[in-house]
Every structure is written in C-alpha cells, then in structure tokens.
Design a protein around this ligand. Structure first.
Ligand SMILES: [Zn+2]
Ligand SMILES: [Zn+2]
Length: 450
C-alpha cells in the first residue's frame, strides 16, 4: 500500500528532485514533531542541561553588553597570542642600553635616587599629598600640558584629512602620539620621553605600513636637533599585543635604536628583572629616570612606566578610559595591588593608558568605531588606580563584565568560556534529541514489523 502511494506521488510530481524535496520536508516535520514530543519525556537527569540552557539564555540577555567583548575577541582585535616580531637585545647594539639600566629595587631607594635627579621648578603637581614629605615629593615633578583635543576619526575615512599620527607636546621633552582611528580603529597612544643622553618610546602602534602611519619618521623628526647628533632611542612596549607593536618593523635597522622584544622573558632580561613580576627596575635616560613595574594580567609581558621627572604613570591597556580586558584575573589583581603600593609614595600627575574609548558621558564607543566624537580626557589620576583595584576586588571569578565610571572591566577568559559552554550545551542538546529521535524511529519500525 505504501509502495502504491509512493508510485502515485512520483507520477504526480513528475521529478526526482521534487520528490527528494518532499522527503526532506516530511523528515523535518517528523524531527520537529519528535522534538516537541521529547519535551514531555524529559528525564530527571536531563533537567540540569535544560536549566543550563535557560540560564545561559537569560545571562546573554541581562549581562550588560557581553556581545561587544565577545565580538571583539572573536574578531581577534585584542589577540592574546604572543608573536615575537623583534628580538630584544639586552645590551643594545653598542651596549648603551646596558648603561641605562642602573638598578632594580623593591624599596623606595630607587625613588630617592630618581627624585634626586628629577629637576623640579616649583611645579603644581595635581596630586598633592597630605603629609609634608609627600608634598615635597609632589613638588619634584614637573607638570606639563594636557590641553589637547584628540583626533576623533571620521564617519567617512576616505574623506578624512586628519593626520595619520597626532603629536601632542606635553613638555619640551615629552610627547604623546596618537595613531589615527582611520589608520586603525584601535587608535593607540604612544609615548616619547627624552632624557639628556637617551630617548625612550613606549609602543609603536597598530599599523606596520610606514606610508599609512609613519611612526618611526615622526619620532626621528621629534628627536632631530639641528647641528647635534640624534639621541640613541630605546623602543619598548606596554605589552605584547599587536596593536602596540606593529610599527616595530619601522625601527629595525635604524642606527642607535634598540627595540625590546615582546616575550616576558625578553622584557625581564632587558630591564634586569630577576624575580618577575616582583621588583621595580630603573632605566636612566640621563637626568631622567624611568621606573618599570611589571603588571601582567592583561598580557604576560605587561609593564607600567613611571617617569620620575614628570610624575606621569603609563599603564598601557591595564588602565585606560575604555574597555580593560582581563585575561588572567589573579595576575591582574596582584599587578593592581602592586601598582597601588607603588604610587603610595610617589607623586602622580597623570595616569595615561594605551587607548581612549569613552565619551564625555561615560559611554563606550562601538568596539570598532572609526568615529569617536566628544571623547573624554585621556588622562586619569591616582584615584583611578585605586578604583581599578577596588573594581578588580569586587570582580567575581565568573563575572563577564563590570561597568565603572571611567572604564569597564571585561573578563575575556570568562567570555570565551561562556561561548564555549553555550556551544557545548547546544551540541549536547542536539546529540541528545537526535539520539532519542533515531531510537524512536527504530522502535516504531520494530513495532510495525511485529
Ligand atoms: Zn592589549
Ligand atoms: Zn591595546
């Protein structure tokens, strides 16, 4: 009888293709019916799976903007993989970097040494301490200008006439460079600090091509002084993510330029850390000592750079007005605590990070936006260092996202785990229902035969 029906149906449709389509349609209908039927037959042991799916769906809806971070991670915009572009040279080609490394210390001894060479001119540092000793320290830093409107990209980059790199002179020996949003939406900041015998560049930006973003040429122009030889330059990185070191290649082969490697071991070797991430290293630019503090947690090779001359603290992607990605929570917390201890006895004029992703209303720009009107200030303060530490303390092990006034913490590890868990549950549910469907078909076939 079934065969007769099938022959009639073939004759009516008149084609094998239509017949196959009909079979698939009826199979889908059967699967749908089977799935609906399974809901009534859920066993006790299957409730956790169903509950997990429902909870994940609820979390996906109510956790604030997890998709932004997930999207960024999936798009690979903040790669955590480390690829070494440039081998660091602990000595430098001519050994001068070795000379610049003066000491490594856990105590304030280094700071005393540093502050003794920091030439103050009675500056009005913004972070005045209550005790008289701290007030003295604060007077030893020289403030500069943060009066600047950062380039904000364009809704149509093809028509944008913004510079590829904006240069802001903070003081005669300190420059803040911002890469154009149209060159790369990461638009990272780079910092050039010039001493009497050496210059130091932190980060080289998100663009490799010199014709798109001429970082090396810009820096060399800033270092050039008529009638004088250019100062040797050390290029280091706040951390090893690509958006802070793609410009490294532009510096390779330039005379008197040393590019520090990106691997934690290379950073440790170069600055002389023997108990990473503990300790503070000093790097002497000649009359200007930088203090280097390991701050892994966003990236294993993360460092903060404190300039004893200006009181500026450079924090890379560990603290910035925007999304702060936590890749290793324990490590990030420990780094944050070390940072709090570090600034306790040091004047801090400004805390400057690697990106600016927030507007004046405290709203984050879209993750890949190339147009960011009404940007808030880049500069943060020591209060933000404390706020970061507080937020990290409150940040649960299973939290995805925490919005604060001036930044947002994002646990990228948890987000990836969440996405992986949802995928695993989805696949698990499919297998479970598929298995039940096949078993149902078999039992129906057996009952037809008998
Ligand atoms: Zn980063
Ligand atoms: Zn970055």
């Amino acid at each position: 009888m079934a065969q007769a029906n099938e022959i009639r149906s073939r004759t009516r449709l008149g084609s094998e293709t239509e017949n196959r389509a009909m079979n698939i349609g009826s199979t889908l209908q059967e699967i749908t019916r089977a799935l609906v039927g399974q809901v009534d037959k859920i066993r006790g042991s299957e409730y956790p799976i169903i509950l997990g799916l429902v909870l994940l769906a609820v979390a996906a809806v109510f956790v604030p903007r997890p998709y932004e971070a997930a999207g960024e991670i999936l798009a690979g915009n903040r790669p955590s993989a480390e690829v070494v572009l440039v081998e660091g040279d602990a000595e430098g080609p001519d050994g001068r970097d070795g000379d610049a490394l003066t000491s490594i210390s856990n105590s304030d001894k280094t700071f005393e040494q540093a502050s003794s060479v920091a030439s103050g001119d009675g500056g009005n540092a913004s972070e005045m301490e209550s005790s008289s000793s701290k007030a003295v320290l604060a007077e030893q830093v020289t403030p500069g200008s943060m009066e600047v409107d950062w380039i904000s990209g364009s809704p149509d980059c093809a028509k944008s006439d913004e510079p590829a790199i904006q240069v802001h002179q903070y003081d005669p020996a300190t420059y803040i460079l911002r890469q154009s949003l149209c060159a790369d939406f990461e638009a990272p900041f780079m910092y050039l600090l010039i001493g009497q015998t050496r210059a130091f560049l932190l980060d080289t930006g998100a663009v490799a091509a010199e014709d798109v973003a001429p970082v090396a040429a810009t820096v060399m122009d800033l270092l050039a002084k008529e009638g004088q030889p250019r100062l040797p330059l050390t290029v280091a990185h706040s951390h090893g993510h690509f958006d802070h070191r793609r410009g490294d290649g532009q510096f390779l082969g330039l005379p008197d330029v040393v590019v520090v490697g990106n691997e934690p071991a290379e950073v440790q070797r170069f600055f002389g850390f023997d108990n990473w991430p503990e300790g503070v290293a000093s790097f002497d630019l000649g009359g200007r000592i930088l203090e280097i503090l390991p701050i892994p947690g966003h990236h294993p090779a993360g460092i903060a750079v404190y300039d004893t001359l200006t009181g500026i603290l450079l924090t890379g992607d560990n603290l910035l007005p925007g999304r702060i990605y936590v890749s290793d929570l324990d490590s990030f917390r420990a780094s944050s605590q070390r940072l709090v201890e570090f600034i306790e006895n040091r004047p801090v004029t400004y805390v400057l990070g690697g990106h600016l992703e927030m507007d004046n209303q405290g709203e984050l720009y879209g993750p890949q936006s190339t147009y960011r009107p009404d940007q808030r200030d880049l500069q943060m303060t020591r209060e933000h260092v404390l706020a970061l530490d507080q937020a990290l303390g409150d940040f649960g092990r299973y939290t995805f996202y925490s919005a604060q006034d001036a930044f947002a913490l994002v646990n990228q590890g948890n987000i990836l785990k969440g996405i992986g868990g949802m995928l695993a549950l989805f696949v698990g549910a499919l297998v479970l229902f598929g298995f039940r469907f096949i078993r149902g078909r078999r039992s129906r076939a057996v009952s037809t035969l008998t």
